[in-house]
Write a protein of this length. Structure first.
Length: 214
C-alpha cells in the first residue's frame, strides 16, 4: 500500500511539473530563434493556462478524490472557461524575442506597405482612414510584446496586416538572451525532477501497465 501511495504522489508531481516544464521549454525555444516569433494571442493564452492549470487542479482533485464523471465535468468546465476568456482569433498577437521599440517599428513599416496613414501616440498606432487602433504592451521578463487591434474595422484589417507584420519581423535579427538560456535550464531541471521521483518505482509501473494488457 505504501508503495502505491508513493507512486501516486510521484505521478501527481509529474502531472503538475511536466506541463510547466514544457511551457518554459517553449519560452526558451521561442526566445532562442534568429528572428522574432509571432503567434496568436489566443494560442498563447491557451498554452499558458494549459501549463498552469494542473498546478491548481491536481492537488484539489487529489484531496477530494472525485469520481471519473466529476473529473470530466471539472476539466470540461475549465476548458470552456479558457476558451471563453481567450482573446478573439484574429487581431491579437504575441511576438517573442523582441523589444517594444523594434515591434512598433515593424508595425509602422507594415502599415506603410499597406498604404495606411497613421499617427503614433505612446504605445498606440491610430490609423487615419479606417477605425483601427493598434495597441502594444510589453512584458520584458518574457521578452515578448503583445499587439491588439481595436475599432470597427479591426477584423478585416487584421488579415492583411498580420501577413505584412510577419514579413517585417522576419527581417529583424535577434540573438539568444540570457533569459532564453535560463528558461531552457529551468525546463530541463523540471523535466528531470519527476523522472527522478519515478525512477525507483519503475518496476511497479511496469507491473501496473502489464496488468492492464490482456
Amino acid at each position: 500500500m505504501l508503495g502505491s501511495e508513493q507512486l501516486s504522489l510521484a505521478v501527481q508531481v509529474a502531472a503538475v511539473v511536466a506541463p510547466v516544464a514544457v511551457y518554459f521549454l517553449l519560452l526558451g525555444l521561442l526566445n532562442s530563434q534568429p528572428n522574432p516569433q509571432i503567434i496568436s494571442a489566443r494560442s498563447d493564452f491557451i498554452l499558458l493556462n494549459a501549463a498552469f492549470f494542473p498546478v491548481f487542479c491536481v492537488p484539489v482533485l487529489s484531496y477530494f478524490a472525485p469520481s471519473v464523471w466529476t473529473l470530466l465535468v471539472v476539466v470540461g468546465a475549465l476548458l470552456a472557461s479558457v476558451l471563453l476568456l481567450a482573446p478573439r482569433r484574429t487581431g491579437n498577437w504575441v511576438v517573442y524575442n523582441i523589444t517594444l521599440p523594434a515591434t512598433v517599428r515593424a508595425g509602422q513599416r507594415a502599415l506603410n506597405l499597406m498604404g495606411e496613414p497613421f499617427v503614433r501616440r505612446g504605445r498606440r498606432l491610430i490609423l487615419n482612414r479606417i477605425d483601427v487602433t493598434l495597441r502594444f504592451t510589453s512584458m520584458p521578463l518574457l521578452r515578448n510584446v503583445s499587439i491588439s487591434t481595436e475599432g470597427a474595422n479591426a477584423a478585416e484589417f487584421s488579415r492583411d496586416f498580420e501577413k505584412l507584420l510577419a514579413s517585417q519581423l522576419a527581417t529583424v535579427p535577434t540573438t539568444a538572451t540570457p533569459m532564453a538560456v535560463t528558461f531552457l535550464l529551468i525546463a530541463t531541471v523540471m523535466l528531470i525532477a519527476p523522472l527522478g521521483l519515478l525512477a525507483d518505482r519503475m518496476p511497479e509501473m511496469v507491473r501496473l501497465v502489464t496488468n492492464l494488457i490482456p
